[in-house]
Design a protein. Structure first.
Length: 330
């Protein structure tokens, strides 16, 4: 079997993995404090939120559990792509993890496929493998996390973030919370939050646009109609951005500008750069996928529906932001 990592700077992948593990662990410590001291959420910092509080054994354990769960989910997603590339003899790098000082502690991970993909079945299998693996790993994290989550009174203070719920979380929560009292909410266990992030990452990767996993799957399933599917998705982003979450609006506008530049081929340098993000036509573009792969494609669509979160952070739609800005002017 060909060694695709021979001669490559594998140490870079290792360093990024370690740095991302550290950054997710640091975020996990904050999540652990919020979980242990839920009564202080959104009002004051968690009780005893000094250096000593972060060194509590139970805080450290929960932080480690969050980091481990999230890194397993992200690793599984990328290894799914990598192993499928190996299966078809496609040269691919090991995963590159991206540490970041954000809500998750990371911007995710990616692999680089060095070989051209020349068949639809290869494109489909490579694109679908990651989301399927990530979803399978995120599901138990979500279930376990919900089993240990807490129902607490809602205390919304300045800076409080209310996270949106994917359909799957709502369905699974019915197993553990039969009735949510008025004025109460669920504080996710850190492992459950890792599962929530896993679903968010899975759904974003399944957007049927460009070189995202969903773009691969959509191209393999609908062939020449992929441009219409992508355009419809971008328009949906704009609508979701207006009414649900401003981030989708930015994605939609950026995507439409991308499409415009590609179609007009202007400016030239930017066109050549962005052109790399567009699928080159495959020789078997008009060949129909097997029934088995079409069934897997239907499963991938179902996973997207179960995982997608219209408003990852509630109250940040374009309309809400404009309303808030207008109130500030007054």
């Amino acid at each position: 079997m060909t060694d695709f990592t021979a001669g490559r700077r594998v140490w870079v992948n290792g360093v990024l993995f370690v740095l991302t593990s550290i950054s997710t662990f640091i975020v996990g410590l904050g999540l652990a404090l919020s979980y242990i001291y839920p009564d202080s959420l959104g009002v004051n910092p968690p009780a005893g939120s000094s250096v000593r509080a972060f060194l509590e054994p139970r805080v450290i354990v929960l932080g480690l559990l969050y980091a481990a769960a999230l890194m397993v989910i992200l690793s599984g997603h990328e290894i799914g792509h990598y192993l499928t590339c190996r299966r078809y003899g496609l040269a691919a790098t090991l995963p590159y993890f991206i540490p970041a000082p954000n809500l998750a502690g990371t911007l995710g991970a990616f692999i680089k496929i060095k070989s051209p993909i020349t068949r639809k079945q290869e494109l489909f299998d490579v694109g679908a493998a990651g989301p399927l693996a990530g979803f399978i790993l995120a599901l138990p994290a979500l279930v376990v996390g919900l089993a240990f989550s807490k129902v607490v009174p809602v205390t919304q203070g300045e800076g409080t973030m209310i996270l949106g719920e994917p359909l799957l979380l709502k369905l699974v929560s019915l197993l553990f919370v039969k009735h949510l009292p008025a004025g109460a909410d669920i504080v996710l266990h850190p492992v459950g939050f890792a599962g929530w992030l896993g679903l968010l990452v899975t759904s974003i990767n399944l957007f049927p646009v460009g070189q995202l996993d969903g773009g691969h799957v959509a191209y393999a399933m609908v062939g020449r109609m992929r441009k219409r599917v992508s355009s419809a998705a971008l328009l949906a982003f704009i609508v979701l951005g207006v009414f649900c979450f401003f981030g989708w609006f930015i994605w939609g506008i950026a995507g439409l500008l991308f499409v415009l530049i590609i179609r007009l081929k202007r400016p030239a340098r930017l066109y050549h750069f962005l052109g790399r993000l567009v699928h080159p036509p495959l020789p078997d573009e008009d060949v129909r996928l097997s029934h088995g792969r079409l069934m897997v494609g239907a499963l991938v669509i179902l996973i997207f529906i179960l995982s997608f979160i219209p408003a990852p952070v509630k109250g940040l739609s374009l309309l809400a932001l404009l309303k808030h800005a207008g109130a500030g002017v007054k």
